[in-house]
Design a protein around this ligand. Structure first.
Ligand code: ZN
Ligand code: ZN
Ligand code: ZN
Ligand code: ZN
Length: 156
């Protein structure tokens, strides 16, 4: 399941003095300022288009806003609340929010990517897996690796 980011651009417009003042979608008052913001097909006071989470003024922060469940959010909060989980430690592609992931220590993996990176064996619940040099390994490959290392250090 993949969800696209709900991001929308914000335009800053200067208000023409001879036009009727527009109503602000935030506070419902008329916008009598020199500038107004247009976003989501609505007009806003510069002070009224704010992140529902951190209250930052969205007209200033990169001019993009994010919406989700009727909330207007800045990029940082959107990502924190609904955003990508992180990069898959195996394929290094982004993992979208709400997707099921596997976790091993601080690493996250797509379900499909969570397999031994040497022999591609998948793990079932309860199976043992090992993390070595940030690679997921099955028990066989992990132990084989240990044996090889032990061997090479013996040779030296
Ligand atoms: Zn307003
Ligand atoms: Zn915010
Ligand atoms: Zn992956
Ligand atoms: Zn393996």
């Amino acid at each position: 399941m993949y969800r696209r980011e709900q991001s929308f651009g914000i335009q800053m417009l200067s208000v023409q003095p001879d036009t009727k003042p527009k109503g602000c979608a935030g506070c419902n008052r008329k916008i009598k300022d020199r500038y107004l913001l247009k976003a989501l097909d609505k007009y806003w006071h510069e002070d009224c288009l704010k992140c529902a989470c951190c209250d930052c003024r969205l007209g200033e922060v990169g001019s993009t806003l994010y919406t989700k469940a009727n909330l207007i959010l800045c990029r940082r909060d959107y990502l924190r609340l609904f955003g990508v989980t992180g990069n898959c430690a195996a394929c290094s592609k982004l993992i979208p929010a709400f997707e099921m992931v596997m976790r091993a220590k601080e690493n996250v993996y797509h379900l499909d990517c969570f397999a031994c990176q040497l022999c591609n064996q998948r793990f079932c619940v309860g199976d043992k897996f090992f993390l070595k040099n940030n690679m997921i390994l099955c028990q066989t490959d992990y132990e084989e690796g240990l044996m090889k290392e032990g061997y090479s250090t013996q040779v030296r």
